[in-house]
Design a protein around this ligand. Structure first.
Ligand code: ADP
Ligand code: NA
Length: 341
């Protein structure tokens, strides 16, 4: 079988949360265990992407370093996987420029991530008019940068949350366009669905749990203490229906707690829901809290230990960037030659 090249990324916009852990990081660690030693695994902390939203520079610089520690704390092994900062390999922005020049504006307008940004910035005077003047260009073109992140390494498999699926389609599209217009350079990357597709905000179950939400009680951080975890889960928004059922459309808050519990205990969600049918939200929340506390106990302790190992962390970053750049140098040579530069 063909060698797999796996690429995925995470933004250093804050401490990783339970959604990142269940939807992405845990699967990355599983891939490390399950793939053949010939397969190449790359995991990137994508700093350039975080600039699409306003960031406090001091905070970003701390979060950027902490993210590397978090990736190691959840079990990624820098000997097996190339773990690196996107901004330490200049080829990402280079290739994204080439891709910007072959991507129609109309295609980017169809991205649901862009459409949902627009939806929140409608013209106050005229509800029907979307106000693009309020949004920066980076927010519009970041799916192109994401395509460059992936294709730079000729990645074949991209394990990401469901929220990113459309962006992988775009990366395939861009790869295909480049291959036809210039020369056959890129394989078409495949989206790899993760087991837990989407963890929702504990405060607003209409949206996903996200680092960018201003309300930290909406997400459980990898660094939360047992007390903090229990408090946040107790405060999770559910509904006033008696009993517990798995009904994501009509009961998103309650169903989200079941999703989390099923993911923590590796249980089938419908079996799990059946067991809680005659119980109440109180029981469910207690059990979810127990399971999450147990799940995050080791990563949290390891994260704290690594905070005292700054020199080691710098060394991991340096070696990761060197390896990543070595892989992508070959791709960029091909790309430049193909386009005539
Ligand atoms: P965030 O949106 O919290 O800033 P990122 O954009 O850095 O997270 O995404 C990092 C990875 O985590 C991606 O693979 C993404 O699909 C996944 N992810 C993010 N939020 C969730 C969530 N709430 N549930 C499941 N997976 C998620
Ligand atoms: Na995001």
């Amino acid at each position: 079988p063909r060698r797999r090249i796996v690429f995925s990324g995470i933004q250093p916009t804050g401490t990783p949360h339970l959604g990142n852990f269940l939807g992405a990081l845990q699967n990355w660690v599983k891939l490390q265990q399950d793939t053949s030693p010939n397969d190449i695994l790359l995991f990137s902390i994508v700093g350039w992407h975080s600039l699409t939203l306003p960031q406090d520079p001091k905070r970003l610089s701390v979060a950027r370093r902490e993210m590397l520690a978090a990736l190691l704390a959840v079990g990624l092994d820098p000997k097996r996987s190339t773990i690196f900062h996107q901004d330490e390999n200049p080829h990402h922005t280079e290739l994204s420029w080439v891709f910007n020049c072959i991507t129609p504006v109309g295609k980017l307008r169809r991205m649901t991530t862009w459409k949902s940004r627009l939806a929140t910035s409608r013209n106050a005077n005229d509800e029907s008019e979307v106000d693009e003047s309020m949004l920066n260009t980076g927010l519009f073109t970041y799916p192109v940068l994401q395509a460059a992140d992936i294709l730079l390494y000729k990645a074949t498999h991209v394990p990401v949350g469901e929220d990113q699926k459309q962006h992988i389609e775009l990366a395939r599209d861009i790869a295909d366009t480049f291959n036809r217009q210039f020369s056959k350079t890129f394989p078409l990357p495949e989206y790899v669905a993760t087991t837990t597709r989407r963890v929702l905000s504990l405060k607003d179950p209409a949206s996903k749990m996200s680092k960018s939400s201003p309300d930290v009680s909406s997400r459980i951080l990898l660094t939360d203490t047992e007390k903090e975890i229990r408090k946040k889960i107790r405060g999770a928004v559910t509904d006033s229906v008696t009993g517990v059922t798995y009904d994501p459309v009509n009961r998103p808050g309650t169903s989200n707690l079941l999703t989390i519990l099923a993911a923590c205990t590796n249980e089938d969600i419908y079996e799990l829901a059946k067991r809680y049918e005659i119980k109440g939200h109180g029981d469910l929340k207690n059990d979810v809290a127990d399971a999450v506390v147990k799940l995050l106990e080791q990563p949290r302790a390891e994260f704290e230990r690594l905070q005292g190992e700054q020199e080691y962390l710098s060394q991991v970053a340096r070696e990761g960037a060197e390896r990543a750049t070595a892989y992508s140098t070959l791709t960029m040579q091909e790309v430049r030659k193909s386009v005539g530069l």
